[in-house]
Design a protein around this ligand. Structure first.
Ligand SMILES: Cc1cc2nc3c(=O)[nH]c(=O)nc-3n(C[C@H](O)[C@H](O)[C@H](O)COP(=O)(O)O)c2cc1C
Ligand code: SF4
Length: 523
């Protein structure tokens, strides 16, 4: 009998050598005359252990990692095909301490199944949410999503059911479902992992959304920097068409839903929903003035659902198990689970899906293992490049939209980037302004001009030119950007800047003998 060995085809695992490891395992098996089937799964999200190789044994799957090509011969010699001990042996995968305490609802299948096998997806509960949705009225589907308490996971945390209700209630001959897979936030990768590890979950979620609002066409707007996700999505979509999970007569019903992947234009602003729609229509990614909302007048002027990958991929679970099951996880107005992405200076970076309500401290130390450098953690940035920096004294803050808002932070897409005590927060504030200047679409003055002025003010601060006056000017600039920007890029850049000044003021005031202006020539 053939032994099944799993080697991820996830982009991060590939970057760490998974392809070469898969080839080495196949070559060694052939050389030894052993019958081995290599399955290419997604990543389990334990990134410090990638490439994580699993072997299916009669007692369940066991893991070894991080495996490199030079380890392969030794693994065979130790009997890894029977799950025997080896220096890289990690035990039963499902019992790994990083995984066992998680609440993997949306990521339940990621790393477990072959991403482009419909039969594997079905064997693990796939398409049950869609089957249920096919027996419901559109308004009932929308109500179910509303009752679950799901809020958009792309950043704005807007209730998904309410957005869908607007599209359902807007009469039109054509409606669209668009999936925002631009994933531009620093330190985030949940969308990519999901698309590479369980693409049918997203396809199922988009199909349910289409049934809920009466749409027949969908687009996944995928960032061009995700070539592996692109390939996997296209493979999965082609198979779904063949087996009537997409196209006309969905699962033998009278419903139709067509789906295509469109590649992004490589700009951060194309993740903002109205820029994304402009880009999908073939134009430069520039923000549209709202109202009208995309739900009323979106793609090609038609009512359009715009949702993040994780929001859409959460819907099948809600339909399958019911709104109450999902709603039972979480705290306050933050219901369900969140795939949190740990990144930066951490020993154990990776994906942790947990019910809302876990503290930053638990995430950084119990899961993340503290800093990779061994130095004390000084700050975290939550929610991407427009997110606030929080100091160690705020690490007991809970992952909860309202709790974070109370300390001047935002959850965004759930990315947490950790920094040790060598970080210079004045430089991080400058970086935020510089990022905004580089990525600004240029449509409104507070962002286009304000961000460039922001860099100049911080440069003067760093050179020690009348620091108190510069800090006042920076504050006033932040006010203008917050109040006057047309979208979140200019409007939220003050979050990292203000939080850096508020919690790490000493970094803005310390003497910098080496800096006379040359290091920051644009001042
Ligand atoms: C500058 C900027 C960049 C954004 N980038 C993304 C992104 O990459 N992915 C995403 O899903 N949402 C992004 N958003 C949020 C979207 O505008 C929108 O709120 C989201 O796609 C709606 O989906 P959701 O309700 O499921 O979260 C961005 C917003 C701004 C202001
Ligand atoms: S805030 Fe910046 S990115 Fe947004 S519309 Fe204005 S110029 Fe464009």
């Amino acid at each position: 009998m053939s032994t099944v060995v799993y080697v991820p085809r996830d982009a991060a695992a590939l970057a760490l050598g998974a392809e070469q490891v898969a080839q080495a395992i196949a070559a060694q098996a052939q050389k030894s005359g052993l019958d081995v089937t290599i399955r290419r799964n997604g990543s389990r999200g334990l990134y410090w252990l990638e490439p994580l190789v699993e072997v299916a044994t009669p007692q369940g799957r066991v893991a070894y990692g991080p495996v490199s090509v030079k380890d392969v011969a030794g693994l065979f010699a130790a009997g890894f095909l029977s799950g025997k001990a080896h220096a890289l042996f990690l035990g039963a995968t499902a019992q790994h301490p990083y995984l066992i305490r998680q609440n993997r609802l949306t990521f339940a299948r990621v790393g477990v199944i072959d991403p482009v096998s419909i039969s594997d997806y079905l064997a693990h509960g796939g398409f049950q949410g869609l089957q249920r949705a096919l027996g419901m009225e559109p308004a009932q589907i929308v109500q179910c999503v509303t009752d679950s308490g799901l809020r958009g996971r792309g950043g704005a945390a807007f209730p998904t059911g309410i957005k869908w209700r607007t599209v359902l209630d807007t009469a039109a001959t054509q409606k669209y479902i668009t999936c925002n897979a631009d994933e531009g936030d620093s330190g985030t990768y949940a969308d990519r992992m999901l698309m590479e590890g369980d693409p049918y979950l997203l396809i199922e979620g988009m199909t349910i959304a289409a049934l809920a609002v009466g749409a027949t066409q969908g687009y996944i707007y995928l960032r061009a920097e995700y070539p592996h996700a692109h390939k996997i999505l296209n493979e999965a979509i082609a198979l779904a068409y063949q087996q009537h999970y997409l196209g006309a007569q969905l699962l033998g019903s009278a419903h139709r839903f067509d789906l295509e992947v469109r590649l992004g234009a490589g700009a951060y602003i194309c993740g903002e929903e109205t820029s994304m729609l402009e880009s999908l229509e073939g134009r430069r990614g520039e923000v549209r003035v709202r109202p009208p909302l995309p739900a009323v007048k979106g793609l090609f002027g038609k009512p359009t659902v715009v949702n993040n990958v994780i929001s859409l991929a959460t819907v099948p679970t809600i339909l399958q198990h019911g709104a109450a099951h999902y709603r039972d996880y979480g705290i306050g107005k933050s219901r369900g689970t969140l795939p949190i992405q740990l990144a930066g200076n951490l020993k154990r970076p990776g994906l942790v899906e947990l019910a809302f309500g876990v503290s930053l401290r638990e995430l950084l130390y119990d899961y993340g293992g503290g800093s990779a450098s061994g130095r004390p953690l000084r700050a975290v940035q939550i929610g991407g490049p427009l997110g606030a920096y929080l100091p160690a004294q705020q690490f007991d803050t809970l992952i909860d939209y309202e709790a974070l808002s109370a300390v001047g932070a935002l959850l965004g897409h759930g990315g947490i980037v950790a920094f040790d005590d060598t970080v210079d927060m004045a430089h991080m504030a400058r970086y935020a302004m510089e990022f905004c200047a580089l990525e600004s679409c240029g449509k409104c003055t507070p962002c286009r001009i304000g961000s460039t002025r922001g860099v100049e003010v911080i440069d003067r601060l760093l050179r020690g030119v009348d620091r108190e006056a510069q800090l006042r000017q920076l504050e006033s600039l932040c006010d203008t950007m917050t109040e006057g920007s047309l979208c979140g890029l200019g409007g939220m850049t003050p979050f990292p800047v203000r939080s850096a000044v508020k919690y790490f003021r000493e970094d803005f005031l310390k003497p910098r003998p080496g800096i006379q202006g040359s290091q920051h020539a644009r001042a």
